[in-house]
Design a protein around this ligand. Sequence first.
Ligand SMILES: *[C@@H]1O[C@H](CO)[C@@H](O)[C@H](O)[C@H]1NC(C)=O
Ligand SMILES: *[C@@H]1O[C@H](CO)[C@@H](O)[C@H](O)[C@H]1NC(C)=O
Ligand SMILES: *[C@@H]1O[C@H](CO)[C@@H](O)[C@H](O)[C@H]1NC(C)=O
Ligand SMILES: *[C@@H]1O[C@H](CO)[C@@H](O)[C@H](O)[C@H]1NC(C)=O
Ligand SMILES: *[C@@H]1O[C@H](CO)[C@@H](O)[C@H](O)[C@H]1NC(C)=O
Ligand SMILES: *[C@@H]1O[C@H](CO)[C@@H](O)[C@H](O)[C@H]1NC(C)=O
Ligand SMILES: *[C@@H]1O[C@H](CO)[C@@H](O)[C@H](O)[C@H]1NC(C)=O
Ligand SMILES: *[C@@H]1O[C@H](CO)[C@@H](O)[C@H](O)[C@H]1NC(C)=O
Ligand SMILES: *[C@@H]1O[C@H](CO)[C@@H](O)[C@H](O)[C@H]1NC(C)=O
Ligand SMILES: *[C@@H]1O[C@H](CO)[C@@H](O)[C@H](O)[C@H]1NC(C)=O
Ligand SMILES: *[C@@H]1O[C@H](CO)[C@@H](O)[C@H](O)[C@H]1NC(C)=O
Ligand SMILES: *[C@@H]1O[C@H](CO)[C@@H](O)[C@H](O)[C@H]1NC(C)=O
Length: 737
Amino acid sequence: MTPMIPIVIQFLLVLSLSRTKAAEPAANNIALPGCQDSCGGVLIPYPFGIGPNCSLSIDYAVNCSTINNGTSTPYLPGGDLAIQNINLLLGQAHISSPISSQCYNITTKKLDTTYWSVNLDDPPFRFNHELNKFVVVGCDTIAYVSLANNQESYLGGCVLGCYSLDSLTDGSCSGIGCCQTSIPKGTSYIEFEFDPNYNNSEVYNFSRCSYALLTEEAGFRFSTDYIITDQLYGQNMAAVIDWVIGNTTCDTAQTNKSSYACRSNYSTCLNSSSGLGYFCNCSDGYQGNPYLEEGCQDIDECANPNPCSKRGKCQNLSGSYECSCPFGWRNKRNNLRECELNLVLLIGPSAGFIALSFLGLGMYVIHEKIKLSKVEKKYFQEHGGRILLEKIQSDQGFGFTIFTKQQVEKATNFFDSANIIGHGGQGTVYRGTLRGQMVAIKKCKIVDESKKKEFGKEMVILSQINHKNIVKLIGCCLEVEIPMLIYEFIPNGTLFHYIHGKNQETNISLSIRLKIAHESAEALAYLHFSASPPIFHGDVKSANILLDQNYTAKVSDFGASILAPTDEAQFVTLVQGTCGYLDPEYMQTCQLTDKSDVYSFGVVLLELLTNKPVISFDAPEEERSLSSHFLSAMKEKKIHELLDDQIRRNEDTQLIEEVALLAKACLNMTGEQRPNMKEVADELDRIRRLKQHPWIPECNREETETLLGESFYDIEIEHTGNFSLEKKAEKSIAFGR
Ligand SMILES: *[C@@H]1O[C@H](CO)[C@@H](O)[C@H](O)[C@H]1NC(C)=O
Ligand SMILES: *[C@@H]1O[C@H](CO)[C@@H](O)[C@H](O)[C@H]1NC(C)=O
Ligand SMILES: *[C@@H]1O[C@H](CO)[C@@H](O)[C@H](O)[C@H]1NC(C)=O
Ligand SMILES: *[C@@H]1O[C@H](CO)[C@@H](O)[C@H](O)[C@H]1NC(C)=O
Ligand SMILES: *[C@@H]1O[C@H](CO)[C@@H](O)[C@H](O)[C@H]1NC(C)=O
Ligand SMILES: *[C@@H]1O[C@H](CO)[C@@H](O)[C@H](O)[C@H]1NC(C)=O
Ligand SMILES: *[C@@H]1O[C@H](CO)[C@@H](O)[C@H](O)[C@H]1NC(C)=O
Ligand SMILES: *[C@@H]1O[C@H](CO)[C@@H](O)[C@H](O)[C@H]1NC(C)=O
Ligand SMILES: *[C@@H]1O[C@H](CO)[C@@H](O)[C@H](O)[C@H]1NC(C)=O
Ligand SMILES: *[C@@H]1O[C@H](CO)[C@@H](O)[C@H](O)[C@H]1NC(C)=O
Ligand SMILES: *[C@@H]1O[C@H](CO)[C@@H](O)[C@H](O)[C@H]1NC(C)=O
Ligand SMILES: *[C@@H]1O[C@H](CO)[C@@H](O)[C@H](O)[C@H]1NC(C)=O
């Protein structure tokens, strides 16, 4: 056992020796090579220096004077101000500031006075006006301070009289026994003075002396003892002086490389606040003395504590550092110093690592969840979640679910772009699987602030819509800033894609076109007439009509829809909808009515008839808009030229004309004169039946056509009277059956 002890001690010794050695290289970067770097225990960094060739210039040559017994003190050049320390990076230094005093000698009845005055070299030195205060301590005193900067002189002063010790408070320098005042910016000259007629002769038995001093405010605390004892007599306090390099700004200084003082390659220049002169600092990530060529040295940021978030591995780089993130994490975008969860990686392979990182992930998720759940709850309430929940709970058969944010994120693989099935002006639609069912999840971009609160109510209404030609809303998610809607998934895409899609080969038969038109019309008629309150779709277009595998039309996207205003004054001011489909009347009045949907539906009918885009930007101006092109063709009875080839070849020209007439009625400029959606649906139903049962007698067909034709043309020509399709529709149905 005994031989062990010396080994341990030796080891400790080696350790402590190597410690002191390690500290030395830093010291080498304080002064110029071969120069003394401290005096009397005070570090003297370059540009200051001791000896003729050790400082930047004579202005910074410190006088390190040694008295007989061997103690040395550094003094500011050209003066008798002792330096306490020098701060390189702030361009400041603390100096000893002698205390001036006036004491009354009861024996001689004379005044023993010491006045201090100092005139700093300006530049490079000035008194710091923000940190220093002129302070007077006494009980029967008037003291003055004369100050000057390079432009003006000032006079300041304090009057103090206290006739009882009771009112003095330690720490309070506010007029009783002690007072203080600021000094002007740029002060380089200071001189104190006392009024000899206020000389402590009357308060002698408890206060013999008065004092005046300049001191760093933060370092001075008034004490009652300063009044009743002589402890301040002949002492020094600390004051702050600013120093700069040269008398020009950084920009000017940098033009002369040989005199520019920021020598280190990793340094920056700072203008002094006075505007005269500059000083230097090490660049970010470096530390040391910027005035020396090798002065600014790379900081090892990875020395403890580890600056990387989430226990990332720290790597010390020149002037900075990087964090390599642990498995399952990755660097944040544009920020190599922080880590975030790497979800892509987590879903990937490597089961062993996953098991490990799940432990950490679990902790993280719980932590994040607690943080998030508050926000989610807030959104839930904001979006009317309570109304909806109550409804769901009270109505057992209510086929509507409020999904959590997690469920939706899981269903879409965190909104993976691979799952996007549609982009729109209002939002993005994702495909996903929820509870084993394919769903379409609509994530809106914006929601009208005023509508947010109504959201829950609207969900209740929309979710009760049950029509085979309307996409079913099966749920929503409210725990997000903007609620998400979850619809049943319709596999065959939109009517828009079907008509205008790349695959022009597809032959769309007239009966399919009629089927789609009729079913869409039925859906809209249901919204207008059977829903309570009525719902106006607001954005009827081919892109909002989905098709399933049997070409059954499903009207979707109620993003723009509104519940019919319950009170007359309630206008809808939000103009939505899509160019080319927009009701011209709506654009003027901003009032969405059921007839706005009728107009838009008319445009969809045109698309079905012509296969043409609603707006063709490369067409001549008069043909740009499909609806106006169609209306003028109608007038000139040249509609056949507009029709899609596949339809034009069709024998059912009369049926086609009837659809055209119906479309024209829908596109009437005056909303009131358009048929309503029910009438449109009934008319399409009739036309479809005619198509399916071509055995209808020719004469009857003609009669129908004429009747309808007449009335449509009447409106066009005379602009009179109300459109009344109902009678004829009744008649037509009779024919059909
Ligand atoms: C200071 O430098 C000058 C020239 O650079 C030289 O002549 C002089 O001897 C030096 N003085 C000392 C004390 O080294
Ligand atoms: C340095 O200070 C001492 C004592 O104040 C003075 O005697 C001496 O002349 C000073 N030397 C220089 C170079 O200023
Ligand atoms: C040297 O003298 C000064 C005052 O003259 C005194 O404060 C200091 O303690 C003395 N130092 C030594 C080592 O005697
Ligand atoms: C007052 O002055 C006398 C004579 O100069 C001196 O001896 C004495 O110490 C002084 N008293 C005080 C308190 O300084
Ligand atoms: C001290 O002040 C009193 C008046 O306050 C004055 O009469 C006296 O001469 C002063 N003493 C000295 C030494 O100035
Ligand atoms: C100071 O002297 C006055 C009389 O001149 C006396 O009333 C007072 O108590 C004395 N105070 C102290 C602290 O000695
Ligand atoms: C700046 O300093 C140079 C020499 O150091 C001097 O010639 C010049 O007058 C100074 N300029 C000002 C504005 O003080
Ligand atoms: C640059 O600075 C050096 C050293 O102070 C001086 O000798 C030289 O004249 C200066 N050059 C200019 C262009 O000011
Ligand atoms: C500073 O940069 C210059 C030029 O880029 C180079 O020549 C010099 O070696 C560098 N000095 C240090 C200490 O890195
Ligand atoms: C220094 O001041 C000058 C003039 O006021 C200004 O143009 C320059 O950008 C400043 N430089 C720095 C580093 O602040
Ligand atoms: C000097 O640089 C360091 C590190 O880059 C920085 O913390 C400090 O605030 C800078 N000092 C000044 C006065 O800008
Ligand atoms: C890392 O930090 C140290 C300082 O402790 C420095 O000397 C070294 O050059 C730095 N490493 C790199 C690669 O910059």
